[in-house]
Every structure is written in structure tokens, then in C-alpha cells.
Ligand binder design. Structure first.
Ligand SMILES: NC(=O)c1ccc[n+]([C@@H]2O[C@H](COP(=O)([O-])OP(=O)(O)OC[C@H]3O[C@@H](n4cnc5c(N)ncnc54)[C@H](OP(=O)(O)O)[C@@H]3O)[C@@H](O)[C@H]2O)c1
Length: 184
């Protein structure tokens, strides 16, 4: 089966998620239990542990999972930035910086902290804003074999014009990727 090449560290801004086949990155109420029973290729998490220099997330994701030590199963250590309009009511946590600034400024701060490695954006909301600003280098997705039907979409922007993308890797960047599934 064709697959992506291992991720590389290069000071990139990655919008990085495991996503359901129907485009959700979290279920209702930020639930993540739908990932249970799905598998990644061997060593995949290690690729991101090694290439990620900093993480940028949003306040809702943080409030749902306020544990910086849980990123990549606890294997990744580094600075986490949480963008919020009200940092004053956030409980301080080690390694976490609450930012109230523009998304562009958050990326500048995050890339500086990443020290040449990648900045991972763990937020659909912020990723959408960065996409509009031209500040996303790659959308890096692991598509899980599950349909959710509800939850938080990777890209939720009613009224948006289509955003054209080029697939990273060899071959025609405009080619459709063919996948086939059957109900388990
Ligand atoms: N599937 C995966 O691999 C994966 C990975 C990571 C995360 N996730 C999930 O992604 C979900 C995150 O969901 P989400 O996108 O709805 O929420 P989110 O990005 O975590 O939080 C949105 C909130 O961030 C703050 N924010 C966003 N843009 C801002 C700006 N420009 N300035 C200041 N504050 C700003 C606002 O909070 P305030 O106005 O309240 O301050 C906004 O309501 C979570 O459920 C998480 O579990 C999934």
C-alpha cells in the first residue's frame, strides 16, 4: 500500500491529526475514544517525537485534555503554546505558555521555540486561521478506518471557497488518492 515518507524536521508548520474517514479529528465533546482499535505504521509516533520542536493548540483542546505530558503518549517533551483570549483564568502548567496574540504571532513564537524542528498545530480552529494566512506548510493526516458522523471537523468553514491542495510526495500532486474500505 502506498504511504507517506517519514516526516522530516525542517522548521515547518504542520497541521497534524489522526482523522476519521469522514473528516473528524475529535468526536462530540472532544471525545477521542474512536481511535481505539486503529493502528499506525510501526515507528510512526517516534517520527513525530523526533521531528517536533513545539506544539500550538487552542484553549478548548487544552481545557478538554490539560496534560502537556501526554503528547505522543508522553514520549515527547517540549514547549506547548495554547492560544486563548483569556489566559488569566488558565491554570499554570509546566512547559505550557498561554498566548493571547494573533495566530501569526503564535506561529512566530512557536517556530522560534521549535529551534529548527517543526511546529505542530493541534487545533482545527487555529489551523483554519493559519491556512487563510498562508502559514501552514503541510497538512499531515493519518486517516483512521472509522466513520464518526459527528464531532469536530478538520476544516469547518461554511461559505468557504474550495482550498486547492497539492499532495506531498512522488507522483502527480493533483491526483486523487484511491482507498477502499468495507464495514468491519
Ligand atoms: N485527532 C487528533 O490527532 C487530534 C490532535 C490534537 C487535538 N485534537 C482535538 O482537536 C480538538 C480541538 O478542537 P477545536 O479546534 O474546536 O478547539 P481548539 O482550537 O482547541 O480551541 C479553540 C479555542 O482556542 C482559542 N483560540 C482560537 N483561535 C484563537 C485566536 N486567534 N486568538 C485567541 N484565542 C484563540 C479560543 O478560545 P477562547 O476564546 O476560549 O480563549 C477558541 O475558542 C480537541 O478535541 C482535541 O482533542 C485531535
Amino acid at each position: 500500500m502506498s504511504d507517506t515518507a517519514p516526516q522530516t524536521a525542517g522548521g515547518k508548520v504542520l497541521w497534524h491529526f489522526t482523522m476519521s474517514l469522514d473528516g473528524f479529528v475529535a468526536g462530540p465533546n472532544h471525545s477521542m475514544d474512536w481511535m481505539a482499535g486503529t493502528t499506525h505504521r510501526p515507528g510512526l509516533a517516534d517520527e513525530y517525537v523526533e521531528t517536533t520542536g513545539a506544539v500550538l493548540g487552542g484553549r478548548d483542546g487544552w481545557d478538554a485534555y490539560p496534560d502537556a505530558g501526554a503528547i505522543y503518549g508522553g514520549a515527547w517533551k517540549g514547549p506547548l503554546f495554547v492560544l486563548t483570549h483569556h489566559p488569566e483564568d488558565a491554570t499554570p502548567a509546566e512547559g505550557v505558555t498561554f498566548l493571547n496574540c494573533s495566530p501569526a504571532e503564535a506561529v512566530r513564537i512557536g517556530l522560534e521555540a521549535a529551534g529548527g524542528k517543526n511546529l505542530e498545530v493541534f487545533s482545527p480552529t487555529i489551523g483554519r486561521q493559519l491556512l487563510e494566512l498562508g502559514l501552514i506548510d503541510e497538512i499531515d493526516l493519518h486517516i483512521a478506518p472509522v466513520l464518526l458522523g459527528q464531532g469536530i471537523r478538520l476544516y469547518d468553514n461554511p461559505g468557504s471557497d474550495p482550498i486547492r491542495l497539492h499532495r506531498v510526495g512522488e507522483g502527480d500532486p493533483t491526483a486523487v488518492v484511491n482507498v477502499r474500505y468495507r464495514p468491519a
